[in-house]
Design a protein around this ligand. Sequence first.
Ligand code: PLP
Length: 439
Amino acid sequence: MNFYSTNNPNHLVSLKEAVVKGLAPDQGLYMPVEIPVMSEEFFDKLPEMTFKEIGYEVIGTLFGDELSNEQIKELVDHTLAFDAPLVELEHDIFSLELFHGPTLAFKDFGARFCSKLMSILMAGESRKVRVLVATSGDTGSAVANGFFKVEGVEVIVLYPKGKVSELQEKQFTTLGENVMAIEVDGVFDDCQTLVKQAFLDKELNEKMLLTSANSINVARWIPQCLYYFYAISRLPKSGKKIVVSVPSGNFGNLGAGILAERMGLPIAQFIASTNINKVVPDFLGGSPFASKPSIGTISNSMDVGNPSNFYRLLALYANNEKLFREKVKGFYFDDADTRNAMIKVRDASGYIMDPHGTVGYLGLRNFMKMNPGEYIGIFLETAHPAKFKSVVDETLGIDLPIPDRLKEFMKGEKQILEMGNDFGEFRVFLTTDFTDGHR
Ligand SMILES: *Cc1c(COP(=O)(O)O)cnc(C)c1O
């Protein structure tokens, strides 16, 4: 599979180049040149297939030219190491729980796939392969855990001192081995600047292969299509049309759902559900696309005013805005709507939703009310409620227990390197072999 840049359809690159670069040099997003359609035979046997079997076939269809069967198996086994159960909440309304991975959020799927794929694609590389991540919290934990112990790749996480919650910090500072955490005396932007300076340093890049594993990387984006296939395969046969609601921020997750649909998966309707950062619902309602500064909400992983995957969504509909607006409906909700729904659902069924999943639930509920009896629906529950414990506790008046795998992180010992926000210091660090002492 080759990829083109959304800014230039004639700029074609290989899978390896798309993964190493992340973003095209013209700042465009990489997109598959062709989207293959899965066979009828595949869809016939889908309900009997395991999550991993689905993964082998879908990834095999996408990357069969670049990867051997063993590599595809290794990749899928590493990525789908935990389940994504579908839970019926109400009549015809299902929660797809994507939070059973190591950091309790759906980003684990993309991060795990990306790490393994990089390790496979860079196997022949003589230079050291290093992933640099600047984080204000969640990305660092998903990427660090995804790459933990993956051979041939080292991860360096830079985070602003005192600006990350203790739980988030523990998730990437206690791992050790091939993961190094650097506490920067500065703010998030300083971390990002250090990473950018490293990428621009010619001499450094001759010595080592620096890459970013950021959220728009195709290696993080594409594998997210797998749980859509799995979820639809587990829905009861109802004869009704299928609608999927995706709580969205940068819109990578929704884009992966559309990719699955373009590969033949029968999803009749998508719902783009957001908090009050609603530039995409506004666009879908007929306005021109216009980015805005982001606004803080209780579903803060979706506080995005300039969603980086917007042009990827448009490209999936061949830049046909009319078709895009037909297939995807937008809904947005404020914090009060979100808290009310969390309470209502808990009171009705005992099910505790995190604020992000709740926004997805609300979009689905609203759409189904407007189209009674026609659809069976799924919303993506993107994080475990304990990840947003303070909001959940405060809203529901409870003391939500922290899952064991989160508690494990709290027990670990923080191992970090402290650094100023000066590139010279970071550069010296990069030229040393920091991992050798750990092995
Ligand atoms: C990142 C994130 C989202 C938004 O996903 P996008 O792919 O950026 O739209 C939603 N919920 C949670 C919990 C997240 O961490």
